[in-house]
Design a protein around this ligand. Sequence first.
Ligand SMILES: O=P(O)(O)O[C@H]1O[C@H](CO)[C@@H](O)[C@H]1O
Length: 291
Amino acid sequence: MHSKDQICHEDYQRTADWLLSQTQHRPKVAIICGSGLGMLADALKCQDSFKYSDIPGFPQSTVKGHAGRLVFGELKGKTCVCMQGRFHMYEGHSLSKVTFPVRVFKLLGVETLMVTNAAGSLADSYNCGDIMIIRDHINFPGLAGLNPLSGPNDDKFGPRFPPMSGVYDKSLRKMAFDICKSMGVSQYVQEGVYCMVGGPNFESIAEAGLLHKLGVDAVGMSTAPEVLVASHCGMRVFGLSLITNKVVKSYEDNESVSHEAVLEVSKMRSETLQALVTELISRMDINNNTA
Ligand SMILES: O=P(O)(O)O[C@H]1O[C@H](CO)[C@@H](O)[C@H]1O
């Protein structure tokens, strides 16, 4: 490690080598669980799990609803690794730390990243409990220069100037829609634009109005950094937001949001999300490797 915030290739490799020495699983898919969505890991069979505090170089989770465990296992015969708990910028982690696991996954051989998050909706037609398939994102911290790809570029991972068009894989989005149709849940499935803000405060009414005018469908405090780093190193990306609250947009509205309410709604849709993610992974064209 060079300085507090600078992580070098050997640091990612050391963590990857440690994990490879501790498990026989060789995942091709990684899943990052959003707030209250850690149950996605429960569906994995033949689990090997590691507390973040036991993994060399791994940051620690500090947010309720983010257990802090890395779980390896199989979903319908496909080998996966699942983060039960992600890292957020507002916890005080540098963006290199927030995205550290993604580069470790790349070195483990992961080819597809599935990100999930809890988010508030701006789109008038969305309801609490809706599932939004992410078509694109607006990365507010990134636009302001807070970007995990800032600093010296590691060419072993990807190019200095990566494109960001078409990052959320079209064929996986279509497959997810088809699955939702066959599951009979299309009435609460949306596709839209996720916006990352820095947090940890929820939005003021004026900020909500701004995001609404910008065409944001859902807002949260995560996801964009992990997606940037995954896409930079050539991973295929798929993302889901669970709409846990409607963002308050009017001064006449006396509602207010809380993290507890976010976790409560996450629980409500856990089975559907688990079924969707499992079916999507089972339909993916992946060849398993073994150690
Ligand atoms: O994005 P995830 O990790 O799902 O968490 C979302 O939920 C928390 C707020 O309740 C914030 O951390 C927000 O980003």
